[in-house]
Design a protein around this ligand. Sequence first.
Ligand code: RIB
Length: 301
Amino acid sequence: MEKVLVLGSINIDFVSFVSRYPQPGETLVSNDSGIFQGGKGANQAIALAKLDVPTLMLGKVGKDILSDFALSSLKESGVDTTGISKSQKSSTGSASIWVNTQGQNSIVIYPGANGEVDEDFIIRHEKFFDDASWLLTQFEVPLKSILLALKLAKKHGLKTVMDPAPVKKLSNNHLWELVDYLLPNEIELKELTHTEDVLKGIHILKSRGVKEIIVKLGKQGAVYENEGKLLSFPAVPVEQVVDTTGAGDCFIAGFLHGMIQWGDIPRAIKIGNLTASYSIQKKGAAVSFPKKSEIDWKKLE
Ligand code: RIB
């Protein structure tokens, strides 16, 4: 099976489950709390590995005990961690997350060691591009390194997938020409294109050079533009939404698994919706993602 190289962040998520968000100056008691594996890069790598996709992660953890937590979560899920280094000066990236009773989240991240994934790091790891078929990345490591990795991906003949989160202002628009599949959510699409019109936003990004764009719409599923028409793919209904943290990451992994298996965008989007439906029914990001064997694949038909 084709191998995926994931370049991205590795965080530990400190999550409070709250009935409402606190006001400035207010102390609020949460209903529950947890420490979970997170980071968009690590989440997407773990979700892919749980779907039995050969996955190697490129990234950095800190010199603290949180790094042991992160490395063992990645290894236990089946991610190849030989491309992960330990920083000598920074702590492991972390995220403070509030999840409300509707399962919606608010996230503040501290990059820590993720901020040290610099261009030298990418150059030192170029050998990993040799036997991979896909590069998957997000915006939680420095932009210059992402741009270099996308260039190396093209040099080595890899297809590229990007989750443009959290949105960054780009001074170099050439990045978009290197992206084969871009998967923003509705907010990110608006921030990137300054329009609320999804179809218009897609056209703007395509005019910048992105080949294919799939827009994640949360409980509305996802949309994709084909020959000027917007095709909708509804979300898979669930009994209760517990925690949406990482659902977008799980969608992307499902989508990429579908592209590797079938090479068909509509089918891959349906797989993304299906995998994400499992993740929102459990607390935590990576820990909530389904293994391939746990998925009811009949729901795709
Ligand atoms: O996409 C969810 C992730 O965003 C969290 O796990 C958090 O660590 C941030 O990276």
